[in-house]
Design a protein around this ligand. Sequence first.
Ligand code: WT7
Length: 584
Amino acid sequence: MVSAKSGKAMADNTAGASFPWDETLAELSGPADGALNIASACADRHVTAGRGGNVAVRWLGRRQERRDITYLQLSDLSGRAAAVLTSLGVSPGDTVAVLLDRVPELYAAALGIWKAGGVYCPLFAAFGPGPIKARLEIGKARVLIASEELYARKLEASRGALPQLEHVLLVSEDGGLSRPHDGCSDFRALLAATPAMEPVATTADSPAFLHFTSGTTGTPKGALHPHRAVLAHLVTAQTVFGLGEGDIFWCTADPGWVTSTAYGVIAPLVAGATVLVDEADVEPRRWYGILHDEKVTAWYTTPTSIRTMMRFGAALARSYRENSLRVVASVGEPLNGEAVSWGQKALGVPFLDTWWQTETGAIVIANAPGQGRRPGSMGKALPGVETAVMRCDGGVARQVETPDMVGELALRLNWPSLFSNYLGGDGRSGACFRDGWYFTGDLVKQDADGFFWFIGRADDMIKCGGLQIGPFEVEGMLMDHPAVAEVGVVGKPDLLLREVPVAFASLNPGFEAGDALRAELLSFARQELGVAMAPREITFIAELPKTNTGKILRRVLKAKAVGEPEGMDLLPSLPACPGRFDDE
Ligand code: WT7
């Protein structure tokens, strides 16, 4: 099954093994032997090279405000933020959580945390109090930098239940804080009053950033990345986006996403470009205006945003066809061929699909310029990345040698931005690491020319507008409601968001299934989980379908969600490996 029978040869996926990462390390590391700090590489390095006057961050506010931060200012601001954190007792390796929208302080915070040797852990503003609290606990955050509004709405009430959270630094909308908050300080005031410090000596292996991904078990897992990841950010900034001085790079990602850390913060800065940050949410007319007026040269967004723009029609897009765009790309979910060619017609440049995930820390597969493109495919492995398509054969993982055969995408562990371990998970001993490979959990096929095609997830993750939602976290929260006896959450296909979470619940005695309870449960979920993660529908059923071993049969629920009578396999079945694909 895994040997070449078709006569067609599989693409050579081993070219990545010999990439000169040492040269990138030498380019980015500081004068001290073995030193590497993301913030120094992203800011101080440019100042030393005489580029301090270039604009590092161009921020556009919701209400037409704008602010430019030069590399020199960013270097100073981040040194001040590092000094503030250090004075609060942050030591190398400590987690500092960040709950901010797309505001200028995000940059001082992220780079300041790295200069203090801390671990930058951004959280989604769209999450409700439950998921935020869970992540602060698992990440053992000692300090939180948050907007005053988000803190007041999502955390203030439960602060007492987070004893390890020693300090909260608040950022207000404008000027000072609107009122005093117990145990909190004003981040901006502290920045203004504290002189900058030099970065602490971190190395390529020092932990740098932490993002939570919804695990396949009950709790979210934190994927921890080392400072070394910046090597991959520089290389992909160049190979995928061709970024350098003079570029205006716009990444639309929410700060809670690894896409923001990697491409909304690190990649454009380490490449010396100007990163454009728009505080507002998706609004196609505004977006076209920004692309045009701000002379954006490279744009990174999501298929959901592209579909939203497509809904506004090509005529609107064409009125902005005069633009400076060189590259537009997307990530997070499959980008269909139609969207690729729509970009070409409407904006004059095709959308390029890129593939990666929280764990890979940076783009690893892309329709990158110079590598050829194939609309509808995720692209090819980038230089420096070694890939394989794996299937289990008698319990042993083997590489697929036949083109177009579905298997799990695996990556060699020699890629610098690969996560080092999971917090709240099973480190590197878990099912995803085996025989020198990292198993991504994505099912793909690779054609004879080396292009990868996305098939689906090998697990139960739900992809909603690019956000990965673990059904277990949603189920756990719903179970907290006294009416719910058992609950199963699955993804239901959606034209815009690709999938939305929907729940099937059985009830405890004494509760009556009906519209009133449904409305109550939906609002309970939105309140606790936040709008992004909450189920959009709840269906009451007498009993959940189960396997012999008592596990919820999600494919049966999935079939119910789409209105199919029988639970048919929605994905091609793969032979089971122990600890993998063994949900039934
Ligand atoms: C999962 C990772 C990458 C940062 C944002 C998401 C899916 C990602 C694509 C793509 C089809 C994609 C995969 C992956 N995904 N890019 N181009 N085509 N699916 O990070 O939340 O860790 O999600 O998103 O299933 O494993 P994430």
